[in-house]
Design a protein around this ligand. Structure first.
Ligand SMILES: [Zn+2]
Length: 283
């Protein structure tokens, strides 16, 4: 993907979190912070693009000053705005039909709701690639000998790359098999769960291949009901509790150590790390 190559080229020799200004410049995109009804949008103008990012009137001057400072270049933006900006810049790669002056003319855009939704998914995925490039996250984990299946490591990565836990876990879902193959992490995974009333739903999940095999698939989707019913939903203000448990499915028996870290005071969302002991034994 052109966008991923472009993004990782920018990430080559840069301190974390990555600035977004170089990517905006290379796309000939001017970034404007201003009051908006939506989080962000992109417009074609003569000579390139303008990306608008929502901000309150009192924030506008500070945001522009930080973004224009070459040492900042968007590093200090909050995680939501960083994601929105990366997402809108991803849209700039989807303009085709360049004219003789090599300037973008026409957006690649769907007309049906499903096409639009697919386009948004592509841009979200590309935004994740920009903010958490494969090579940088792998080398960061290696250099710092991070124990990735721990709450502390996930939080360190969120802070370092300045992304939400959701973005990080979606990226790690793609990377965990490679990281495991490179002996950088043990068998296990990371899940973001959300509690609603008396049920618990998995929002995002990243697992190593062996951990995947522990879960049965139902219609192509992972069935995690067994895990989520075993995760104790303690009402705890403190963040971590470790529960050794024997986790079993029809196919495998495995001892797992589950760590639950609540991300919110209201105990609605929790980060769950799952560390499998030994290799899964097929039964
Ligand atoms: Zn979009």
């Amino acid at each position: 993907m052109n966008f991923a190559q472009e993004a990782s080229a920018h990430a080559e020799h840069t301190d974390l979190p990555l600035p977004l200004r170089p990517l905006a410049d290379s796309q000939r995109a001017t970034v404007r912070f201003q009051p908006l009804l939506v989080a962000g949008r992109i417009a074609v103008v003569d000579g390139g693009f303008v990306v608008y990012i929502r901000a309150s009137t009192r924030e506008v001057d500070t945001l522009h000053a930080c973004f224009d400072d070459p040492r900042d270049g968007g590093r200090s933006l909050d995680v939501r705005r960083r994601f929105t900006l990366a997402h809108e810049l991803a849209h700039s790669f989807l303009f085709d039909d360049r004219g003789p002056d090599d300037l973008p003319r026409k957006p690649v855009a769907g007309t049906h709701a499903s096409e639009l939704a697919a386009l948004e998914r592509v841009c979200n995925e590309a935004a994740g690639l920009v903010l958490v490039p494969d090579r940088l996250v792998s080398s960061y984990i290696r250099t710092n000998a991070l124990d990735l299946l721990s709450y502390g490591a996930v939080q360190a990565l969120q802070d370092k790359f300045r992304v939400s836990p959701d973005v990080l876990i979606i990226r790690l879902a793609k990377l965990l098999p490679q990281l495991h193959a490179a002996d950088l992490i043990e068998h296990g995974g990371i899940l973001l769960i959300e509690r609603r009333a008396d049920t618990t739903a998995v929002q995002h999940i990243a697992l190593t291949p062996d951990a995947y095999r522990l879960f049965e698939r139902k219609g192509g989707a992972l069935d995690l009901s067994a895990l989520t019913t075993q995760v104790p939903l303690v009402d705890s203000q403190s963040h971590e509790c470790r529960i050794p448990c024997l986790y079993s499915t029809r196919r495998a028996i495995q001892e797992a150590v589950v760590t639950v870290a609540w991300l919110s005071r209201t105990n609605e969302r929790a980060l769950v790390t799952l560390r499998l002991k030994g290799s899964p034994q097929l039964v």
